[in-house]
Design a protein around this ligand. Structure first.
Ligand code: NAD
Length: 276
């Protein structure tokens, strides 16, 4: 895999900015797409500063016209897209319960902000499904059109551990990532005749801004949930963004030329461990 135009969405964020930088070091042209243009520009500047080729582009993965506009910008600067990494995603507090289990007294709990299954908000759930699933589908519609019939093209989606088995408290995010995994398989089959491979990463637990408050206390020690995760991760640590690089280079490169429709856990053994 050399000299490709690679578009990454959500690449102003923690995980995909690391992937963007690693792919730039391999000599590719990197389009750093993000809703947050400032964050995208910062990543692109860092890549350029290190001798790579990159461009920060504002794009909302939920708006097709915004993506079409981003595509024009990418075409003008780098040409057609060869590889798309669908990295934009995340959860919403309104689709999250306060406790992992529903208990007998929960309906009597009047504490402010306390949320059971019965308080889940359809808007929060819809936000999460849209961001993760529609936010994968629309960029694929826009950028995969560049790839049809060309050699060496592929799409990499970002799923999650909770797609295999849902995590407590986050039903919307778990369901939305399960949809991303399922869509990865569907699209791999659908595009199998036109040379576009489609795969996904399923990262385990990486400490990022999205989950820091859930997993660590203000003094840096682990919350009970953080401790449970580490206890359930045989390798005994959170992932570092750099842990995703090798699998990304493999899935996007020639070494994976006959690999399509797989969702690869990068999780320190979390998904293999029964806990016993
Ligand atoms: P992050 O919050 O650091 O990055 C997400 C980026 O997406 C942000 O820069 C944000 O501005 C951008 N974004 C949000 N809405 C957007 C929109 N509508 N259009 C375009 N960009 C938008 O998150 P991260 O931890 O780097 O996560 C990257 C991906 O990995 C996400 O899909 C996330 O669900 C997934 N993931 C993360 C973990 C983890 O432990 N952090 C684990 C499994 C999967």
């Amino acid at each position: 895999m050399t000299n490709k135009t690679i578009v990454l969405t959500g690449a102003g964020g923690v995980l995909c900015s690391t992937l963007a930088m690693a792919l730039a070091k391999e000599g590719h042209r990197i389009a750093v797409l993000d809703l947050n243009k400032e964050a995208a520009d910062k990543v692109a500047e860092e890549i350029t500063h290190d001798g790579g080729t990159a461009l920060g582009v504002a794009a909302n993965v939920l708006q097709k016209d915004s993506l079409e506009k981003a595509k024009q910008t990418v075409h003008a600067k780098f040409g057609a897209c060869d590889i798309l990494i669908n990295g934009a995603g995340g959860n919403h507090p309104l689709g999250t319960t306060s406790n992992p289990f529903f208990e007998m007294d929960d309906l009597k709990n009047t504490a402010e902000g306390f949320k059971t299954f019965f308080d889940l908000d359809a808007d929060g759930i819809q936000f999460t499904f849209n961001l993760n699933f529609i936010g994968t589908l629309l960029p694929t519609q826009v950028f995969a059109a560049d790839m049809v019939g060309k050699d060496g093209c592929s799409i990499l989606n970002i799923s999650s551990m909770n797609a295999f088995t849902p995590l407590t408290k986050i039903p919307a995010y778990s369901g939305a990532k399960a949809a991303v995994s399922n869509f990865t398989q569907w699209l791999a089959v659908h595009f199998s005749k036109v040379g576009i491979r489609v795969n996904a990463l399923a990262p385990g637990f990486f400490l990022t801004d999205q989950n820091r408050a859930l997993l660590t206390e203000s003094d840096g020690s682990l919350t009970p949930r953080g401790n449970t995760i580490i206890g359930q991760t045989p390798m005994g640590r959170f992932g570092e963004p750099e842990d995703l690089i090798g699998t990304t280079l493999w899935l996007c490169g020639n070494g994976a030329s006959f690999v399509t429709g797989v969702v690869v856990p990068v999780d320190g053994g979390f998904s293999a461990f029964s806990g016993v």
